[in-house]
Design a binder for this molecule. Structure first.
Ligand SMILES: [Zn+2]
Length: 72
């Protein structure tokens, strides 16, 4: 979804002018998809948290497999 950095808001693709400028302020709108923008906007410490949580889950999974093997 197009984004206008000047107005700090998303624009619906139909309202963006054919030359790619914002209909409100006339500045060039960023036509990069909003999804890609939001992914890049994730703070680094949240990414670190996700990685640490993933490692923890793998560790617990290994413990679970060990337990299962112990039950056999
Ligand atoms: Zn604008």
């Amino acid at each position: 979804m197009p984004w206008c950095t000047h107005c700090d808001r998303f624009l619906s693709p139909s309202t963006v002018r054919t030359d790619g400028t914002c209909p409100t302020c006339g500045k060039p709108a960023d036509v990069e998809s909003g999804r890609a923008r939001r992914l890049r906007a994730i703070p680094w410490h949240i990414k670190l948290l996700i990685v640490v949580f993933g490692v923890y889950l793998l560790y617990r999974l290994g413990q679970g497999i060990d337990w299962l093997i112990g039950q056999l």
